[in-house]
Design a protein around this ligand. Structure first.
Ligand code: FES
Length: 135
């Protein structure tokens, strides 16, 4: 069983989405022990004993990103946004002040059919600003 279905159907956390099912879209992104992972193609057995962080979780970087996402009205249809937020959380966990190039590289495996990429990039910069203001 892919981890995605264990998260959604057994645990009941439905924020993580099924998009392509073949590791191409990023809708199913989660963090496994802090590593960005596409849960649709990860066997659930791989996750035993590991920390799984989903969009239902909370971390300082995810909270700054949520605030920036809301301020910037980032989502359009919204379907991909939980995966986008998890990928952005992974980026901010690894990089304090990402450049546009860093953001493009980190977010390149998360597809948005509505084309919200410009708003996503702006919101990531805003989240960094919010974080820096809070220090
Ligand atoms: Fe997993 Fe698309 S549903 S990458």
């Amino acid at each position: 069983m892919p981890l995605l279905w264990a998260i959604r159907d057994i645990v009941g956390l439905t924020g993580t989405k099924f998009g392509c099912g073949v590791s191409q879209c990023g809708a199913c992104s989660v963090l496994i022990d802090g590593t960005l992972t596409k849960s649709c193609s990860m066997p659930v057995s791989y996750a035993f004993g590991k920390e799984i962080f989903t969009i239902e979780g909370s971390s300082p970087n995810l909270e700054f990103l949520r605030e920036a996402w809301n301020e910037g009205n980032v989502p359009q249809c919204g379907y991909c946004q939980s995966g986008q937020l998890i990928a952005a959380t992974s980026l901010l966990d690894a990089t304090e002040n990402p450049t546009d190039k860093d953001i493009d590289a980190a977010m390149s495996s998360n597809i948005c059919r509505c084309g919200t990429y410009t708003r996503i990039k702006k919101a990531i910069h805003k989240a960094v600003a919010l974080k820096n203001e809070s220090i």
